[in-house]
Design a protein around this ligand. Structure first.
Ligand code: CO
Length: 287
């Protein structure tokens, strides 16, 4: 279900669909804008979830995410503002503050909790899930804490590009991935243009978190705050800031092209594997 069709000009410059998220309550009662992983947009293979938590009201997030399991995915949390405490069953943990990223490979199974530390002020962050390919779903769990000083920033022509993962103009992000993935947080001053050629085999999208951008420099398709745009593989995207400062997350990765089965915190290939994950969790075999 698309929220709106791209114009023919938009389609001509590589735009596949434009979407908005849905408000859901998850964890112990956290209000989330679910951009990917909802009934509106199930997945953009291999991206199976994108949640946005953004509120100045602690009631929306203070309940946090008490201990829960994961299997079959990597969960990537990017904290724009605020602080969250992570603890996991491998003894991993850390405090995510402004600009921090945690890149957690759940693999065959991990238990973790994600709880807010601050009880006042704005919380603004994202959690992305990458579905691991079948051959890696039962990989060893792993935790990477990426502090802001580890994340390179490319500044040029009115652009500020944080390279969390993957590569932009020879600058490499610090994350070690199972799946090759570009994860950038891009800020554009009005009039500046971010361009990127998407590999023929890659899925990609952007999620505008601030301001408004136009999709093509020659045409007039515009995308505003809280809208997601999926791009056609093999196109060159050109994104121009048309508000004071605009900002978006830009993601690209290779699709697994495998069946996707979901069960709460587990993402596997078959319903049997989901049942097995719940059984393993009940029997204390995860984490
Ligand atoms: Co989790």
């Amino acid at each position: 279900m698309k929220i709106r069709e791209a114009s023919s000009q938009g389609t001509a410059c590589g735009l596949r669909q434009i979407q908005k998220g849905q408000i859901v309550i998850d964890g112990a009662g956290v209000r989330i804008n679910r951009v990917i992983g909802s009934s509106r947009l199930n997945y953009i293979d291999p991206f199976v979830l994108l949640d946005e938590i953004r509120s100045v009201d602690p009631k929306d997030y203070i309940a946090g995410f008490p201990t829960h399991p994961h299997r079959g995915i990597e969960t990537i949390t990017y904290m724009k503002h605020g602080s969250f405490r992570h603890r996991d069953s491998l003894g991993g943990g850390g405090l995510l503050t402004d600009g921090c990223v945690q890149w957690m490979t759940a693999g065959r199974g991990i238990l973790h909790s994600e709880m807010p530390e601050k009880t006042a002020g704005e919380l603004w962050g994202y959690q992305l899930w990458l579905s691991l390919p079948a051959k890696d779903k039962m990989a060893e769990p792993r935790y990477q804490h990426l502090s802001p000083d580890m994340i390179p920033v490319v500044e040029e022509n009115g652009m500020n590009i944080k390279v969390i993962s993957g590569e932009y103009k020879g600058v490499h992000g610090p994350a070690k991935n199972w799946l090759e993935a570009n994860y950038f947080d891009v800020a554009l001053e009005k009039g500046s243009v971010f361009s990127f050629t998407i590999d023929r085999q890659m899925s990609s999208f952007m999620y505008v978190h601030s301001g408004t951008v136009s999709i093509c420099t020659l045409f007039t398709e515009t995308v505003s705050e809280k809208e997601l745009v999926e791009f056609q593989p093999g196109t060159r995207v050109e994104l121009k800031g048309i508000s004071g400062t605009s900002g978006f997350l830009f993601l690209a990765s290779h699709p697994n092209n495998e069946p996707i089965a979901r069960g709460g915190p587990f993402v596997m290939n078959t319903e049997e594997e989901i049942e097995q994950a719940f059984l393993d969790y009940r029997n204390g075999l995860i984490g």
